[in-house]
Design a protein around this ligand. Sequence first.
Ligand code: KIV
Length: 276
Amino acid sequence: MTRTSILDLKAKKERGEKIVALTAYDYPTARILDESGVDLILIGDSAANVVLGYESTLPVTLDEMIVLSAAVARGAHRALVVADLPFMSYQVNADQALESAGRFIKEAGVGAVKLEGGHRSAPAIKRIVDAGIPVMGHLGLTPQSHLAFGGHKVQGREDSAARMLVEEAHELEAAGVFSMVLEGIPWTLAREISHAIEVPTVGIGAGADCDGQILVLHDMIGLGGGDFKFVKRYADVEGEIERAVKEYAREVRESAFPSDEHRFEPGTRRRKADPK
Ligand code: KIV
């Protein structure tokens, strides 16, 4: 089994094959995604909302992200594993960005990092790439800037904002990103950027003409998560957990669980599968 590399993703774009990406935040889901053939697994800072219960992505810390990323890296052996640099772990200067990225590589064992922003993030991207760490960019509705945007609003609708995003996509490519997320922008603009640059674009709320797609796992499997226009629900995991928990609770209350098959008999020889 060979691990997907940044070159494999570029080759996919050249062949016109779509890149499949999803987020994961723990070992078991990383294992499932990996075995299902997902190309890229992102430990998104969406972990803040999705699994840590924060109101936005802003509070999650680098230490918290490293714990989650290490668990994902232990579960994924085929996909490229990318960790998201959280808010204020790279904005101060390029040195801070490199130190944070380096911790993800050394302590969590991931294969690449992602960070948000265009023009203002280019020096940090260049510094990290120069140290030999692959970087994924992120343009458009970048959630770490939601306070500055006045909310989670679609970006690049006006012509001047769209021109700026095209320019920034070129700038990120020149800084050395191997790929970039395009989030929450009109599909026509995402198509234009995807055609204009050589590195693959991975879209979320950016239409079908990106070189790949990413969703927050919990949104698409119906486990908490948000109900957004750009998300398709492929499962109802929350409903299934609720069903199982209610059935377990009923059986415990009725003394139907544990049944004879789930108990240990006295004085019998231990079978191989029995716990010690
Ligand atoms: O944090 C995240 O999950 C992300 C993806 C939505 C791209 O940045």
